[in-house]
Design a protein around this ligand. Structure first.
Ligand SMILES: NC(=O)c1ccc[n+]([C@@H]2O[C@H](COP(=O)([O-])OP(=O)(O)OC[C@H]3O[C@@H](n4cnc5c(N)ncnc54)[C@H](OP(=O)(O)O)[C@@H]3O)[C@@H](O)[C@H]2O)c1
Length: 262
């Protein structure tokens, strides 16, 4: 899907957070293949530069990199400023950066928990505010917030953060959709990326049929965005699980806490 442009550039421009691996990496490749120029944002400059070189040579698009830790307010501000820039307008924002904490709530310092909240909630809120502030007056643009099916489940502060992202995205789409700007929450289930590895979780901690492929997740997400969907839940099995989750008491859901955790 090619998101239309608001500016006399040759190609539309997408800013993707968390593009150095997993779902964000799949977005970067898919969007470049579809003819978007890109701004790539994550913490590791070296990985960003390597990816930018690959994308330029594979797809012939322009790629800028912005090394920033979105959990740190002063670095986040650089990205906010880039999104508000009228001279180089961003047509599509994809908020994919994120991580899970290795330990349970009380084993973490409150600063670890605050960093998760800052990355998953504050950064998404502030980047969306900056992007919509420029997009809405022009009546053009789109935001994809990578949330999670976990937002429907009682799975710690990560779930609580994702519930916020899903609700925020639904509200924003309802509010700004008729002004030409789309906001969609993407709710993947377990997806093979670096996410669980970084948490020291074994891939067999959830049954193999529950694992999704990141490229397929992104393909479905972009199709859903083009169709005007407010929520994108890739795969039939997770669409069924999401319906079940919303109608199952929290006490029953809590019995499945161990999935994807060992
Ligand atoms: N994998 C799953 O099963 C799954 C399921 C549902 C939802 N999700 C969500 O999908 C999104 C992408 O996760 P993934 O599975 O693709 O994980 P991943 O493979 O670990 O990729 C995470 C990306 O986010 C970046 N990142 C992490 N923290 C950051 C920070 N503070 N500031 C800037 N960049 C940061 C990482 O790059 P650097 O390390 O270079 O900063 C990396 O590019 C996350 O929001 C996650 O919550 C994942």
């Amino acid at each position: 899907m090619l998101v239309a442009m608001s500016h006399p550039r040759t190609r539309p421009l997408a800013l993707v957070t968390g593009p150095t691996s997993g779902i964000g990496l799949s977005f970067a490749h898919r969007l470049a293949a579809d003819g978007h120029d890109l701004v790539l944002v994550s913490r590791t400059r070296e990985r960003l530069e390597t990816l930018a070189t690959t994308l330029r040579s594979s797809y012939g698009v322009e790629v800028d990199v912005l090394a920033a830790d979105l959990g740190r307010r002063e670095e986040l501000a650089l990205v906010e400023r880039r999104l508000a820039d009228e001279d180089r307008p961003v047509d599509l924002l994809v908020n994919s950066a994120g991580f899970g904490l290795k330990r349970p709530f009380l084993a973490n310092s409150v600063e670890d928990e605050q960093y998760l909240l800052d990355t998953h909630v504050t950064a998404v809120l502030r980047l969306m505010h900056a992007a919509l502030g420029r997009m809405v007056p022009h009546g053009h643009g789109a935001v994809v917030n990578v949330s999670s099916i976990a937002g429907f489940l009682p799975r710690g502060t990560y779930s609580a953060a994702k519930a916020y992202v899903t609700a925020l995205s639904q509200w924003a789409d309802l509010t700004y959709g008729d002004r030409g700007v789309r906001v969609m929450a993407l709710l993947p289930g377990f997806t093979r990326t670096e996410f669980h590895e970084r948490m020291d979780v074994r891939p067999d901690s959830a049954p193999s049929w529950l694992w999704l492929d990141a490229d397929r997740v992104v393909q479905e997400a972009l199709r859903d965005l083009a169709r005007g969907r407010r929520l994108s839940v890739p795969s039939r099995r997770y669409r069924a699980i999401s319906v079940l989750a919303r109608h199952t008491p929290a006490g029953v859901q809590a019995r499945f806490q161990g999935l994807g955790r060992r």
